[in-house]
Unconditional design. Sequence first.
Length: 352
Amino acid sequence: MSKLFLHAGFHKTGTTAIQQLAARNRRRLKTGGFLYPRLWPATFRPASAHHFLAHAVAGNERFVTHKQARLLISRWQRWAARSGGRVVLSSEAICRHQLGDAADPIERQRAYLERLAGLLEGFEVEPVLVVRRQDDFARSLYQEHVAAGLSDSARRTFPEFIEALGAGKIRFLERLELFRRVFGRVRVLVYEELAQGDLPRSFFEAFGVSGLEDDGSGTVRESLTVGETLVKRHLNPWLRRPMQNRALLWWLGQQRIRQAIERELGACTSLWPDGRMRQDFLARFDDENQRIAEEFLGHSGSLFPPLAGAWHDSGACSAEEQLAAVRRVVRAGRRSLQAVLGKAAVEGILRV
């Protein structure tokens, strides 16, 4: 039976960069015996990932129907049988999609994965998931929400976000066990280990693939800086439309504004209020991280590198310091910010 590697996440682990590198190197991968397939002729929309296929399994057939997905998979099976090669699919949407109306979200995700497994039954499927140390995962997720701008999460402070997030939403072990239960196996990679080199290339090197060409456009997407995150979080309550959010991100990217943020908030290097909170948050995951290391990686050592320096210098700024600094940044770019949010909003920010 032909092999299919199912790269299914997790989120915030360089998935986009991995997908872009694979898409640019389709020919080179195929020469080496790996098919990273396009989704045409089902869709002619350019895509480096296989999200449309993942969505179709969940019932969203806007771009690829379930019937088209079956036809595509049959084509890939014929190629693999003929060539002896392996297929690689990549979509982090797979790790979040659910089906059905069961009360337990894990059961809804199991239903989705079982439907996906049924589609791929002609392959020997090996799910591949990348895990990331939970404090950095949560911080990156928060910065993504703040950048997106319009949700309730985008208006919360980081401690408020952590409290609302809870530990349950980043329980890697529970979902790894679910993938293993459905597919019979799981390969786990560690983000921090991949990131020691060029992360997308390191991902493929884990499968024995080297020599992929990277033009730099597939580098891991950078989050907002801590200072940019703090400024945008204070401005998000004044957003009303997605177009405003795009304009606000443009405003943050202006050289004059970036310089003002560095000048006023450069000393704020962490979103965690103090080292104790960060340590306590990580401690919630000690037992499950140990089990992941033992059950999925086959060793009894630490799953992630230790947290260094958090006890003595958290790099956080107080809420009062943040607000005062944000107001100074707003004053530095007041005129151009008024064009984005309006005069009343800017005056309101400076009064708050």
